[in-house]
Structure formats: structure tokens, C-alpha cells
Design a protein around this ligand. Structure first.
Ligand SMILES: [Zn+2]
Length: 279
């Protein structure tokens, strides 16, 4: 055994995910575009900030928060992940730690109650963070939290609780990065394309063509795994949980997720509970 090289589910070599914030009416159109091209992603919601039922927005207002019922209808059974974004969208790092913890756990609990799921992901309100916010997220059982840092690369995060993105959809590099991601066949590490934004920006900038062109170009490709943020976290976590014999030639998968990797140019998968000989 040399160093194993991670592959994504079914041996795919690339992964792509989206992360969109604030729970706004334009998320409906974004999800339609994502579904048309097989994309998946995560929507980060503020559970204390749903608009009152029956809200009518002034004509031309781009940022229109959903009501509770609209959000439920949009996201439930959508295949997208729902994640924490602060119940009240505060600057977490400016709060006393106990108040920060309360906002995170309140958002988590209310979203879990609303959607009947277990919520373990987050995106920072305003993107700002500190050592205290990272610790607060950890004690609230949050496994990853997205910042607003754009790396312009496809590396998996070194620190999941300070997770950067590849880029925002308004980044002028967007399509160059997408072409690089799709056309490059040999990456040292399995690449992840991580796109973030707010869907109301497409209305505000009148540029829905940006996401339509991106989705059409990167979507529906057999070599790419389209996943939510937490699906990627859980998959990498399962890979890191593999157990090896002293010689490294036998591997056991103690998790509930089938894991794929390359060893000596050979593709392996290890099913949950399975032991495999590497040769
Ligand atoms: Zn936000």
C-alpha cells in the first residue's frame, strides 16, 4: 500500500456543491436550474426571520425573504440540505459566547423541527468568525461552517469549521475556474468545486444567465459527484475512518458509507462493514 488516493462515490474523481444563503423567494428559481442540470447544494436559513405569511413586496425589490410556508414548500423533499445561518442572522463573533451558542442551537432546533431532519452544517452570517464562534459551533454539533473566503482552487478544506469556497458566482473567474475543473483530468487530490452566493443577487444584478450557463456547463457529467455540503463532509469523514492492518494491505470500513479509493492505480470500494485485501 502506498498513499491511498480518495475517490468520490462510484469511483468518480470530482465533486461539486453549491451553498446559498438567507432563504429568499428566488431560491425557487435557483433550485429549478440546479435540478435541470443535476446539481445539488445547501441552503442556509435564518429560522427567526421568515417573512409574515401574506407579505407582498414592493415591485422591484430583489431581496425577498420567504415565509415559513414558502420555505417549507420550496426545500422539503427538494433533495437539498438545510443548514444553520443564525436564527437571527447576527454577527456571531460580536455576541457573548452563551448568546452565540443560543442563536446557533435555536436555529438548528427550529430548522430540524420544521423539516424533520438532523441539521449539522452552517454558513457564517456575514461570513465573519473567530475562535469563539468555531468553539460555539463545535459544541452545538455543527460539523462544517462556510466562510465567504474564495480560494480560486478546488482543495478540500483543511478546517471544516472555517470552510472557504472556490468562488462566489459573481467572481469574474467563474467560468475559467469551471473550465479548468472540467477539463483537467489529473489532479493530485480529488477536487471539489464549491460555489456560494445569494440567489436574490441574480435578480438584483439581472444576471440569471451566469448561473444558467454555469449549471449547463458543469452539470450532468458522469465524472462529477453532485452533492450537498454535508454529504461531502460525511463521505470524507468515512474515508478518514477506514481502519488498516499493520502492513497496510488490509482495510476495514467501520462506517455506514461505501468508500472508494485508488491504490497502486487500482480502484477499490469498501462497503460498510467489509474488509478488503489490497493487492
Ligand atoms: Zn446571510
Amino acid at each position: 500500500m502506498s498513499r491511498l488516493r480518495l475517490r468520490y462515490p462510484n469511483g468518480r474523481c470530482k465533486a461539486l456543491t453549491l451553498s446559498y444563503d438567507d432563504g429568499v423567494q428566488t431560491d425557487v428559481r435557483l433550485i429549478e436550474i440546479m435540478k435541470a442540470h443535476g446539481l445539488k447544494g445547501t441552503f442556509n436559513l435564518n429560522s427567526d426571520l421568515f417573512a409574515p405569511e401574506g407579505t407582498v413586496y414592493p415591485k422591484g425589490q430583489a431581496q425577498r425573504r420567504m415565509t415559513y410556508r414558502e420555505a417549507l414548500e420550496c426545500f422539503r423533499d427538494s433533495g437539498m440540505e438545510i443548514a444553520v445561518h443564525g436564527a437571527d442572522h447576527p454577527f456571531w463573533e460580536r455576541l457573548p459566547e452563551n448568546v452565540c451558542v443560543r442563536d446557533i442551537i435555536r436555529d438548528r432546533e427550529q430548522l430540524e423541527e420544521m423539516f424533520g431532519t438532523i441539521v449539522r452544517g452552517a454558513a457564517y452570517p456575514f461570513g465573519t468568525h473567530s475562535d469563539m464562534t468555531v468553539e460555539a459551533l463545535r459544541v452545538c454539533g455543527i460539523k462544517y461552517c462556510r466562510t465567504v473566503v474564495s480560494t480560486g482552487n478546488f482543495l478540500l478544506p483543511a478546517d471544516w469549521l472555517r470552510m472557504p469556497a472556490t468562488c462566489h458566482h459573481n467572481d469574474p473567474r467563474l467560468m475559467d475556474l469551471a473550465r479548468n475543473f472540467v477539463e483537467t483530468t489529473r489532479f493530485n487530490d480529488p477536487p471539489l468545486f464549491y460555489l456560494w452566493g445569494h440567489s436574490y443577487e441574480f435578480d438584483a444584478c439581472d444576471n440569471w444567465n451566469v448561473i444558467e450557463e454555469f449549471a449547463q456547463y458543469v452539470g450532468n457529467r458522469p465524472e462529477i459527484w453532485y452533492a450537498t455540503n454535508i454529504e461531502i463532509y460525511d463521505y470524507i469523514d468515512a474515508f478518514n475512518s477506514l481502519q488498516f492492518s499493520a502492513s497496510g494491505s488490509r482495510v476495514y470500513n467501520p462506517t455506514l458509507i461505501e468508500v472508494w479509493f485508488i491504490d497502486q492505480d487500482k480502484l477499490y470500494s469498501v462497503k460498510p462493514g467489509q474488509t478488503v485485501e489490497l493487492k
